[in-house]
Design a protein. Sequence first.
Length: 241
Amino acid sequence: MTAQRLQKLLASAGLCSRRRAEELILQGRVTLNGAMARLGDQADLSSDRLELDGRPVAAAAPAITVLLNKPRGVICSCHDPEGRRTVLDLLPPELSEATGLHPVGRLDGASRGALLLSNDGALTLRLTHPRFGHRKHYRVWVAGEPAPEALEQWRQGVPLDGQPSQPVAVRPLARGVRGTLLELEMGEGRNRQIRRTAELLGHPVRDLQRVAIGPLRLGELPEGRWRHLAPQEWKDLDARA
């Protein structure tokens, strides 16, 4: 095993992002062979002792990524201080324990649908950073029937918290007793962005399902179940990196 920068080792071990690792090093919480680590230090975990807050950092686990169909009411987190059910609770112990799996991006507790969990830091970056162009697709029931003007406003991007939003592809699909079913395609992932936008336009969300993340589609995966990515799906992701 060759020496690597400490930020990469900490991120590969599933402990934090590389940027957060830099902060931890500057805070003096990382030691290398018993001495306080510095930015720029490198280590070989087969021969060096790297510790975070006094706990040894193990070599990275094999890269694992799974696609989960998250049910409504499950928290998109590795741990919930309120004791609510998390996405890791839906995985078997051999995946949920000691593998470093974490949710890639967010999907609020009231929403459902496609969610990736991975211990691959590079993949996490490719899927969450806007520059890689991985757009997400949703099917959303909203109250009432949005007027064409409201839909056009949504397409242009509704400002949130005083900041402009990116354009969104919006297409009505159906009307029913629940309201209007919309298909959305967007590149941003701001906190509760769809729900907040719908509320501002006067058509609160009744149901929100994410059906695809970039080229990865939920398909017929049952709610509450998961699957490993197929080889072609890995290639599709790499092609968009």
